[in-house]
Design a protein around this ligand. Structure first.
Ligand code: SAH
Ligand code: SF4
Ligand code: F3S
Length: 440
């Protein structure tokens, strides 16, 4: 009997690709994607616990699911991902209607856990067992998808003072390179031409396992037939090496964009966060990247209001932004996480003060984003189509090599994934243009 599953994904790209894997696993157990909650038999929340707000969002979603579950006999609720890993059995104390709790190392067990739950069990599986057998499953791919995410590693060994990730994802484990290249080949055979390589710290790929180093992995992937774009994230500024930087001038399918999270610009705060690089070293890598690939786009993450951050420290963050002029960034107010070093630190910044700093930072980023977008106007850029434009379905939406969103009017109704688009204007967060007419 075919049943329907509705998956809601919170958090980062690691969760997105895991959700696509869960979908593929559930497909083998006769589950198909549900269009909405009302026709679902199973709801699966793939959760995040990076900040307190993320936790709250999930508990509130779980609150709504209590009523949904009562709507029809036999409906099931499963909770996976980082919050499930963190809370374990305690999650069910707050939300007794949850049928399955499964952690970040239990993805491959999902079909078994589901059978247990259908038989009236209430399984909880949250051991950080190091199981990576879910990597054997090709993540679910929508028909006609031109871009796909490929896991290269899981977990993190860095233990930055504020961060829950190593606690909920476990230690770093790299995936065998042959398996990664094999997956990329399979994806290109299905029509994918862009891959995004994923890991919390891709630059330390393979070091523990004695695998080929990350730059060599990039070279091998670039040789797969049909690959037209390669991206990777996240790069740790300490581990991004000269060889990888040099690849931006060697591999022409490597997109001219890098996400290089600095978090803060003050030397003192960076040391207290345990990030393992200085501001000077970070800026040195930015300079080397610009030399290897003139015009490369940069994005970053910023964490504002870390314990002990003074106005002067914060000014150092703003000055890094002025110096780099990021194309875009994500910025967050520090949120203490249980079990991390920063949760025990003194010198907490008042929430109003931290919010005010965050606003100032976001205002500056908005100015830089607009400036970087405006610099694209008048250019003809190659756009990888992602789908219809949200505001106007007669137009298409896609991304430039430097990762900017473009809405544009197509000249034909063809299905080509790559289009040459003339950029006519720049908005606050995206570009607008028209597909160039073919010559001749
Ligand atoms: N591996 C990536 C980060 C993954 S988490 C890296 O090393 O950069 C994504 C972002 O969430 C982080 O870059 C950080 O800016 C933010 N973040 C992590 N823990 C946080 C916390 N406790 N409070 C607020 N923001 C946090
Ligand atoms: Fe978290 Fe630091 Fe690991 Fe990134 S590198 S996931 S911020 S511990
Ligand atoms: Fe969140 Fe887990 Fe990603 S905590 S940010 S979903 S690794």
């Amino acid at each position: 009997m075919v049943r329907r599953v509705y998956i809601e994904t919170f958090g980062c790209q690691m969760n997105e690709v895991d959700s696509a894997r869960m979908m593929a696993l559930l497909g083998k157990a006769d589950y198909r994607p549900a269009d909405s909650l009302s026709d679902a038999d199973l709801v699966l929340l793939n959760t995040c616990s990076i900040r307190e707000k993320a936790d709250q969002k999930i508990y509130s979603a779980l609150g709504h699911l209590r009523r949904w579950k009562r709507g029809r006999e036999g409906r099931l609720v499963a909770v996976g991902g980082c919050l499930a890993q963190q809370e374990g059995p305690a999650l069910r104390e707050r939300a007794p209607h949850v049928d399955i709790v499964f952690g970040t190392h239990s993805i491959a067990r999902l079909p078994d856990l589901l059978r247990l739950a259908e038989g009236c069990g209430a399984p909880v599986s949250v051991d950080l067992s190091g199981d990576t057998s879910h990597w054997e499953v090709l993540p679910y791919l929508a028909d006609g998808a031109a871009s796909a995410m490929v896991t290269v590693m899981q977990g993190c060994d860095n233990f930055c003072a504020y961060c829950i990730v190593p606690h909920v994802r476990g230690r770093e484990i790299s995936r065998p390179s042959a398996e990664i290249v094999g997956e990329v080949q399979e994806l290109t055979e299905r029509g994918v031409c862009e891959v995004v390589l994923l890991g919390q710290n891709v630059n330390s790929y393979g070091k523990k396992e004695g695998e080929i180093p990350f730059p060599e992995l990039l070279r091998r992937i670039s040789r797969v037939r049909g690959i037209r774009r390669i991206r990777f994230l996240t790069s740790h500024p300490r581990d991004l090496d000269r060889e990888t930087i040099g690849l931006f001038s060697e591999i022409d399918t490597l997109c001219p964009h890098i996400h290089l999270p600095i978090q803060a610009g003050s030397e003192r705060i960076l040391a207290s966060m345990g990030r393992g690089y200085t501001r000077k070293e970070y800026l040195g890598k930015i300079r080397d990247l610009r030399m290897a690939m003139p015009g490369i786009a940069f994005s970053s993450d910023f964490l504002v209001g870390f314990p002990g951050e003074t106005e002067e420290d914060f000014q150092d963050t703003l000055s890094v932004m002025e110096e780099v002029r990021y194309d875009s960034s994500f910025s967050f107010r520090f949120s203490p996480r249980r079990g991390t070093r920063a949760a025990e630190m003194t010198g907490s910044v008042a929430p109003e003060e931290a919010s005010e700093r965050l606003h100032r930072l976001q205002d500056l980023q908005d100015r830089h984003t607009r400036e970087r977008l405006a610099a694209c106007v008048g250019k003809a850029l190659e756009v990888l189509v992602e789908g219809k434009s949200a505001k106007d379905p007669s137009r298409l939406c896609g991304r430039t090599p430097c990762n900017k969103t473009v809405n544009f009017s197509p000249v034909s109704s063809g299905h080509a994934a790559m289009r040459r688009v003339e950029i006519r204007s720049a908005g606050h967060h995206s570009l607008s243009g028209e597909e160039g007419r073919p010559h001749g």
